[in-house]
Write a new protein. Structure first.
Lengths: 331, 640
């Protein structure tokens, strides 16, 4: 147990280090720099001396490793630096923007999980025409570019029918109603692919489990169909489904960048696009850090679910006193 | 070797050609490539030519897909835009393929530290938020699609790497690779010449699926204006952006622009799925499906037999099977796998059913619980259990008798338990299903059941998972689960086949004991005469879907009246004389589709005559309480 936790901790820290260092290197290679951008936004022309002073003020005249070291030091003290343009602490800026993005991502994961698992089970059990229909629908769902679907949905549901707001985000503090309405279209647009992705995996996984011997034996013991399917088969089919949900979570980070653009939602994705365009290194670093932490959290959740779903992964610690051997971990 | 692969690939191509959707997808992609590559000659208009008199015209004869807000022809722009998208996809695909295949081959074939390093790197790359990498690359090189696509290929290649690695590991172990290595070929040569061709199937599948991802990624970046911006000419992504700007005036423009992306991704996905099906079938080594021959139907009404005389008791039997016939759908018709099976079983009696694999023993046994595999169904006859016909029951009625009247144990004890739940959880669920035991009392009853099957320390066992049990323990747990509903009949489908001799003897002893203590009847499916003799009073011998002999165990072992029974007994290692080669029955059981008109055993029988193939052979009495399906049984008895 302790071994697993420490292994997870080391690999997570390594990932954070690699991503942020890589971002640092890449960002510093970008043509132009923040000093130039700020000066030219303040006044059209500036002297070489002003430029050097600005570079010094921003701390970007120091060698790259030193800059990175300062940044790391800040992270250990709970600071992600300050936005070069607005002079706000990056943590504060990202804090305001993480809500919309997480709302959309979690909303999509929940909708895709429920609808995808439901559809997958139905098609695995019914097979035949319905199974093929789910196959085709899921392929179609995966083929729709989310940004295009978002435009179509916005045109239909917001402009033509005026059912939902076309743009913007209402924080949860304003009440659950406006919040739900504001994320409905983004979640819907992203869910087409998500539902398809989850349904396909659930279907494959359930069909495989339903053909196993223990399912026949459960039926032979007179258990109800509901128990056989929803308790026993689903639990055994769960691991690939959970894996797919974790993957979906990670790919949705990319999806929100597009969706926030279409619906003008002030989330992390928009921040990333603007910061990348304006060489705002602390903000870029902050977004990369945030995304990586989200990825690590998602993977952790997936690993924990593995252990909950599969007694073999939970493994060694709980083996009874009779069996001296340890089962090999499933890879 | 090359001959084998090329014929295999030819077969895969032929299989592919039989799928209309896959053909349509391939055709669409071919047309797309031609239209995009030849846009300079084929496009009806210059993609930048403005016609301000005809803006947002909608589809017309002059402009098949309409015009945009500057009056430019949408079809021409889509054709030119396709170039940008397809070029981007090709760039990403090249990086993905080269890195994925070469790193995967090295990791899988060489193994060791190379494998570990590459696997670690791959994990790291997959964990990276791809969008951040792409944004950074585009910040460094603004608008540079080539760089973005290379980055996309790079961060996605671990997916292909894993597939290639997995296959390479599997192939590495095969004898012909070892032979190549022993004969002194270098690793590189073996990988390129022998391993790579075998990987073609799974690699092509991954390539087509990644191409779909790349189309979406390229158009997304171009939609955001980060790659292939409008100033550099049309691309599918920036055409969607433009369409969205004028969506309130002309929603139609969203259709062709998005449609091009959707269709392309859909075609690549369909092609990938079809390729996966085709190559998976090939790699599993499925023989090409043969159309089954129609089954010769026995002429006239099926014969049924009165077996009352053969039963020791005179009371109504517990189970009475009459003319049970079971078929599976195959191609256009049904194939009968069990034909006209009849027998009686008294309460508390033990009946053995013997025969080789594929004779219909297991199917008969499972029909008694209404658990025929796949789409199998009872097409004739009945199976009366306490007066009610199992063969005619609905699924709901069957659920009432399963576990409560008839229980089943199978030949794979560990696989017959749900791996995700503890022994206790599975037992209490079944206990509560069959009796009004409270949630608190259920574990008590579960422990009693484990005690009943003579498992030591039952209370501790309750918290164990199936993978922590030995085969013998798992079979005892399985028996405990079967006993939970106090069934009157236990169907034991080769319960000891997977166990070692001592464990098997223990299980048989337990079954015999339970039969005596609980008065539970047992139907034992086996191909082991020793097991049969230990437990059963009567035996049925089945061959190719039919009962060929039915008698008491003593009679059948002492004086077999059917040549098949004789052959089976002679092939029994327990009865054969020491130091002699074990005589086996030549040939094998014919598949149900290939049953002959007459005696099913004729092709393997040493007593065969012309009469044997003339007409179906009936089951007829050959002694007190014995039935035999052979026209030579009298002659056989005389010969002995």
């Amino acid at each position: 147990m302790i071994q697993n936790v420490s292994r997870w901790l080391i690999s997570s820290l390594l990932l954070l280090f690699v991503i942020t260092a890589l971002t640092f290197v890449l960002a510093s290679m970008a043509p132009g720099d923040a000093a130039k951008a700020i000066l030219s936004s303040q006044s059209g022309s500036y002297t070489a001396q002003q430029y050097q002073q600005m570079r010094h003020a921003l701390g970007i005249d120091q060698p790259l490793p030193v800059q990175y070291w300062h940044w790391l030091d800040g992270v250990l003290h709970g600071s992600l630096g300050t936005d070069l343009f607005s002079s706000q602490p990056v943590t504060q800026e990202l804090g305001a923007r993480i809500g919309p993005s997480l709302s959309i991502i979690l909303g999509t994961v929940i909708v895709s999980g429920l609808a995808g698992v439901g559809l997958g089970i139905v098609s695995a059990l019914r097979g035949g025409v319905l199974g093929r229909l789910v196959d085709f629908v899921s392929l179609a769902g995966l083929s729709l570019p989310s940004f295009w679907l978002a435009l179509v949905l916005a045109e239909l549901l917001a402009v033509q029918v005026r059912l939902l707001p076309a743009t913007g985000y209402a924080p949860l503090n304003d009440g659950p109603g406006p919040w739900l309405r504001s994320i409905a279209l983004p979640v819907l647009a992203l869910s087409a692919g998500g539902v398809a992705f989850v349904a396909k995996q659930t279907r494959d996984s359930m069909s495989e489990v339903m053909s196993r011997e223990f399912i026949v034996m459960l039926r032979a013991r007179g258990l109800s169909r509901r128990s056989v399917v929803l308790k026993h088969a689903l639990r055994n089919a769960g691991i690939p489904v959970v894996t797919v949900l974790g993957l979906l979570f990670v790919t949705l980070l990319g999806g929100t960048v597009l969706i926030e653009d279409v619906f003008a939602i002030p989330g992390l994705g928009q921040e990333a696009v603007t910061a990348a365009g304006s060489h705002d290194l602390p903000v870029i670093e902050g977004v990369a850090f945030c995304f990586t932490v989200i990825v690590i959290a998602a993977n952790l959740l997936v690993d924990v679910s593995y252990a909950l779903l599969n007694p073999r992964v939970r493994g060694a610690g709980r083996t009874g006193r009779f069996s001296g051997h340890r089962e090999p971990r499933e890879s | 070797m090359s001959l084998v692969t090329s014929s295999g690939q030819a077969r895969a191509l032929r299989d592919l050609a039989r799928r209309p959707l896959a053909v349509a997808a391939a055709a669409y992609l071919a047309i797309l490539v031609v239209a995009a590559a030849g846009a300079g000659w084929l496009a009806p208009y210059n993609p930048q030519a403005q016609d301000l008199a005809h803006v947002l015209s909608g589809p017309s004869a002059a402009h098949w897909l309409g015009t945009d807000r500057l009056g430019r022809d949408v079809l021409s722009r889509l054709m030119f835009g396709g170039r940008v998208t397809l070029l981007g996809v090709a760039e990403a695909l090249a990086v993905f393929a080269v890195l994925g295949i070469s790193l995967g081959l090295v990791a899988g074939y060489l193994g060791g530290w190379a494998d570990r390093v590459i696997a670690r790197l791959g994990d790291l790359m997959l964990a990276m938020p791809g969008i951040i990498v792409l944004l950074m690359v585009l910040a460094v090189l603004p608008g540079n699609q080539l760089a973005a696509m290379i980055a996309l290929g790079l961060i996605s290649c671990p997916v292909l790497l894993r597939v290639v690695r997995g296959s390479a590991v599997a192939i590495r172990g095969e004898p012909y690779i070892t032979a190549a290595r022993v004969s002194g070929l270098t690793s590189t040569r073996i990988m390129v010449r022998h391993v790579l061709p075998r990987l073609a199937g799974p690699v092509i599948v991954q390539l087509s699926l990644f191409a779909a991802t790349a189309v979406l990624a390229q158009s997304a970046l171009s939609f955001l204006g980060l790659a292939a911006p409008e100033t550099q000419g049309p691309s599918w992504g920036n055409m969607v952006t433009e369409a969205s700007d004028v969506v309130s005036q002309d929603p139609w423009l969203l259709v062709p622009t998005g449609g091009a992306i959707v269709l392309t991704v859909l075609a690549l996905g369909l092609l990938g799925d079809a390729l996966r099906d085709v190559t998976a079938g090939r790699h599993l080594g499925h023989p090409p499906a043969k159309r089954p021959r129609p089954v010769p139907k026995p002429s006239g009404p099926l014969q049924t037999h009165r077996l009352d005389a053969s039963q020791p008791g005179t009371t109504q039997p517990l189970l009475s099977v009459r003319g049970l016939t079971i078929a599976f759908p195959a191609g256009r018709g049904d194939v009968t796998v069990v034909s006209d099976v009849s027998f009686d079983l008294a309460a508390g009696a033990a009946l053995g059913i013997v025969g080789e694999s594929g004779c219909g023993k297991s199917v008969t046994a499972r029909a008694l619980l209404g658990l025929l595999p796949g789409c199998g169904r009872v097409t004739g006859g009945s199976a009366l259990l306490g007066g009610r016909d199992i063969a005619a029951m609905t699924e709901r009625e069957l659920r009432q008798i399963r576990g409560a009247e008839v229980a089943l144990i199978s030949q794979e004890p560990v696989n017959s338990l749900d791996p995700s739940f503890t022994v206790g959880s599975q037992l209490t669920e079944v206990v509560r299903r069959h009796s009004d035991v409270s949630k608190r009392q259920a574990p008590e009853r579960a422990a009693e059941l484990l005690d009943m099957v003579r498992l030591p320390q039952p209370r501790e066992l309750l918290s164990r998972y199936p993978h922590q049990l030995s085969g013998g323990m798992a079979q005892r747990v399985s028996i405990a689960l079967a006993l939970a509903g106090n069934p009157r009949l236990l169907v034991a489908d080769e319960p000891t086949t997977a166990l070692d001799v001592t464990t098997a003897a223990g299980i048989l002893g337990l079954l015999a004991d339970l039969r005596e203590r609980l008065g539970m009847a047992i139907i034992l499916i086996t191909h082991d005469w020793g097991v049969l003799a230990d437990l059963c009073d009567r035996a049925l011998v089945m061959y190719a879907g039919q009962i060929v002999e039915s008698a008491s165990v003593e009679d059948i072992c002492a004086t077999p009246r059917h040549p098949y029974t004789e052959g089976l007994l002679a092939a029994n290692p327990h009865l054969a004389p020491v130091g002699h080669e074990l005589p086996a029955i030549p040939g094998s059981v014919p598949s149900p589709a290939a049953w002959p008109l007459g005696c099913h055993f004729q092709s393997r029988c040493r007593y065969v005559t012309d009469e044997c193939s003339a007409a179906p052979v009936p089951l007829s009495a050959t002694g007190a309480g014995r039935l035999t399906r052979c026209i030579h049984s009298a002659a056989m008895a005389g010969q002995r």
